[in-house]
Design a binder for this molecule. Structure first.
Ligand code: SAM
Length: 274
């Protein structure tokens, strides 16, 4: 492990200039990377799926923490640098060259796993929605530790009644616990992105009874699609929604962002039972 060359040297040697098209902003500060790798808790001997390892800064930190890492990277220029890490940590790292959006993560891992990733904004959000969606619960992942633009991270952990509260918060909170684990200053990245970043940590909890993820998604999409309108207007397009509101004694003149996550869950449950 002591033989690890500095990351900046690895990048120079392999000519890994950051590609804008691939959303590459690298982290080099080993102390910061160790703190990120500590967010999921003790990783010693645990299976970790890292998406977008790039030159391998975060990967090194995960390996130092004793994790068994499967790292999926799309940019083939990064593969030689990652192969060096595979040699330094024999049997602990497996690198997969591919697009994480096209892979079945549960099949790839074949056992429970933690996800850790510093990803481009669009890929991160799409994967987040996939990981948290669907009817199968609990998921095969035990936690998600993901870097986002700070504004998106705030939307994920938002409480009701603010403008940040919406579909992302409900998706992240109705059967999981979502926390803002760490803010990361833009100057920590090379090159620095335009905005600040933050890491969210999400752990699954029990899924409420009698609720379909699809129905909940349908009702939140309608409610927040017209977030400034009263529920009696925004939920008009959802069959049975106004009756469900009445049954639950939720005032139909309220707006979507004033409902709690559990009120949305009750709404979805009542809709499914009509
Ligand atoms: N993890 C490194 C770090 O923290 O320094 C690199 C982070 S960089 C923001 C994102 C990485 O994700 C890049 O290496 C990029 O090539 C990779 N990437 C982007 N889209 C991807 C995808 N769909 N599947 C796999 N990797 C992807």
């Amino acid at each position: 492990m002591d033989s690890l060359p500095p990351l900046r040297e690895v990048i120079a040697r392999h000519g890994l200039s950051a590609s804008k098209a691939l959303g590459q902003n690298f982290l080099f500060d080993e102390q910061l990377l160790d703190r990120i790798a500590a967010i999921p808790g003790d990783l010693d001997g645990k299976a970790v799926l890292e998406i977008g390892p790039g030159p391998g800064g975060l990967t090194r930190a995960l390996l130092r923490a004793g994790a068994r890492v499967t790292a999926v990277e799309m940019d083939e220029r990064c593969l030689p640098a990652l192969a060096e890490l595979e040699n330094i940590f024999p049997g602990q790292l497996s690198v997969v060259h591919g697009d994480a959006m096209k892979l079945d993560h549960a099949e790839l891992m074949g056992e429970p796993f933690a996800v850790v990733a510093n990803l481009p904004y669009n890929v991160g959000t799409a994967l987040f929605v996939n990981w948290l969606g669907g009817e199968n619960w609990p998921p095969q992942w035990s936690s998600l530790t993901l870097m986002f633009q700070q504004e998106v991270a705030k939307r994920i952990v938002a409480a009701p009644s603010g403008s940040a509260f919406g579909r992302l918060a409900i998706l992240a909170q109705w059967r999981s616990v979502a926390k803002l684990a760490m803010k990361v200053h833009r100057s920590a990245f090379t090159p620095p992105p335009k905005v600040m970043s933050a890491i969210v940590h999400i752990e699954p909890k029990e899924m409420p009874d009698g609720v379909s993820a699809k129905v909940l998604e349908q009702v939140t999409a309608a409610a927040f699609g017209q977030r400034r309108k009263m529920l009696r207007q925004s939920l008009k397009s959802v069959p049975g929604a106004l009756e469900a509101l009445a049954r639950l004694e939720i005032d139909e003149t309220r707006r979507a962002e004033t409902l709690s996550v559990s009120e949305f869950v009750s709404l979805a449950r009542t809709l499914a039972s009509l």
